[in-house]
Structures are given as C-alpha cells and as structure tokens.
Design a protein around this ligand. Structure first.
Ligand SMILES: [Zn+2]
Length: 283
C-alpha cells in the first residue's frame, strides 16, 4: 500500500509512447532548443524544389488521447505527420526535422501556393477537437506554442501573418485549430496577424446565393489576404466555407458563413495592416 508521502502520479511527467515500427529511424537533434523530446516519424519527404519554409501551420490533433495522436503521426503507413507536437502540459516533441517536408496540410492552398507542406512547418497541438468535446487550450500549452513559433519565425524569417491555421489553408475540409484557439494571445507576443474584430451590428450582409460586384469585392479581398477562393461574383458554397474559416480565425464571436459588416470590416482592417514590405521581394 503506498504511503501518504508518495507523490501523486499526476505530478510526474508521463512517459511518452514510442510507437511501434519507428525503432529503425535515426534520432536527430531537435531544431528548436525548447523541444524536450524527439520521436521520429516515418512519414516525411523532401521539400519540393528545395523550397524553404516561410509559413507555420497550426493544427489540433483531434483525437481522444495523446498516445493515439503520437502513434498516428509517427507510424509508417498513416501518411500523416508534423514537425512538432505540443502536449497539454507544454512539452514539445519534434517528429520531423524542419529541413524535411512533413505531411500535415494535405490538399490546401494559400496565396496561390498549393503545396503547403513544402513551404511550411507543421505544429500539432494536442486537443481532442470538435468531435470529442473541444476543451479549452491550457495556458501552459499556449505559452509553449508561442515560444516554439517565435523561435521558428526568427530562425526561418517567417513573417507574423504567415502563421496560420489548418482551416485557413483548407477551409472546405478542416476546422482546426478552431475558434477556441487564442490567436489574440499569440498576436500579443508577435505570433500571427490579428486586429480587434469589428463589432457585430445589424445591416447589409452577403450570404449564400448573393450575386454581384459586392460579392466579387469580398472574394477579391479574401484572395488578396491569401484564401483560396475563385472570384466569380457568386456567393457559392465554397465562398461560404472560406468566410466560415475566416470567422473561425479572425472573428470567432459568431461563425455563420455570412459576410456581415463586422466580417467585412475585420477583413479590411487586416488587409490594411499587413506589413508593406510583404509586397517587396524578400531578400
Ligand atoms: Zn490539421
């Protein structure tokens, strides 16, 4: 029988699972000095055309437990991986070296580029996600995400506005990291692009079925920001999905896929606050 002086199990960091079938993979030195563990993933390739990463894509794992998530992201045959996994207690595990192409974004696009895996670093944040109750992100975990992103941004010269969510680059398929993700807190530390969302008011809206130049203007603004949306002048299903993704990231108070005034003004404020140097060639 344990004595009363035994420390509770919860105070000790839990050992991380070592997925089967990765024992042959070489360990590597983590790129981030704050990554505490390396669990090599079998799922990676070369970045196409020698493309260097200048984006960071944030995800949630969307699985009921951390062991299952690590196993899925590292085991051969699942065809998914990420460079980093950030646990709820703030521990950071690296699974794929940053120089290589991890398989986290899938079919996606941003700013006209479609091979997002080749131009990004992928970070999986352990959270059960929308299908499993979608808990809040613990502050320790968010602090770790911020520190990890800041290091990557410095080392890789990633501008703040190119730290994005999976839902931004794959709005038809993905919701992660979702509306509970505290983008405003990240922005306070210089990670990600954020403006205070415009207040929700009554007034004209653009929504599914709307047609005309105003819709075209909305699509142009979304595309200029980076979203993959064709400029047709018709507010179709895809446009609604992109507006929904935009709201999930930038106006999380109301996510309905309707481009109300608050959505339009928030998008406009984001566009006008993009750094001017982004239009200049990068050196
Ligand atoms: Zn994802």
């Amino acid at each position: 029988m344990p004595s009363s002086s035994d420390k509770p199990e919860s105070k000790r960091p839990r050992a991380l699972p070592i997925p089967k079938g990765i024992s042959d993979l070489p360990l590597f030195t983590p790129d981030s000095s704050i990554a505490s563990d390396v669990i090599p993933s079998a799922n990676f390739g070369e970045r196409k055309g020698g493309r260097q990463p200048d984006m960071v894509i944030l995800h949630y794992t969307g699985m009921p437990d951390v062991d299952g998530a690590i196993t899925k992201l590292c085991t051969a045959g699942t065809e998914v991986s990420a460079h980093y996994i950030v646990l709820e207690d703030g521990r950071i595990v690296q699974c794929v070296p940053e120089a290589l192409r991890a398989w986290h974004a899938g079919l996606s696009s941003w700013g006209g580029e479609e091979d997002i895996n080749s131009c990004s670093i992928g970070i999986e944040i352990v959270n059960r996600g929308h299908d499993w109750g979608y808990p809040d992100f613990p502050p320790r975990q968010i602090a770790a995400v911020i520190a990890l992103c800041r290091g990557i941004m410095l080392r890789r010269n990633v501008p703040a506005h190119r730290v994005l969510g999976h839902s931004d680059v794959a709005p038809s398929r993905k919701k992660d990291p979702g509306e509970k993700f505290p983008w405003h807190s990240l922005a306070n530390s210089g990670v990600g692009h954020w403006v205070q969302p415009a207040a929700i008011t009554k007034g004209e809206t653009l929504k599914l079925g709307s047609i005309g130049d105003d819709v075209k203007g909305l699509q142009k603004a979304l595309a200029r920001y980076g979203y993959g949306v064709p400029i047709t002048g018709k507010f179709d299903g895809l446009t609604m999905e992109v507006v929904t993704a935009f709201q999930r990231h930038f106006r999380p108070e109301k996510i309905d896929g309707i481009a109300d005034r608050s959505t339009l003004w928030t998008l406009h404020a984001l566009l006008t606050s993009l750094p001017a140097e982004d239009s200049a060639p990068r050196v």
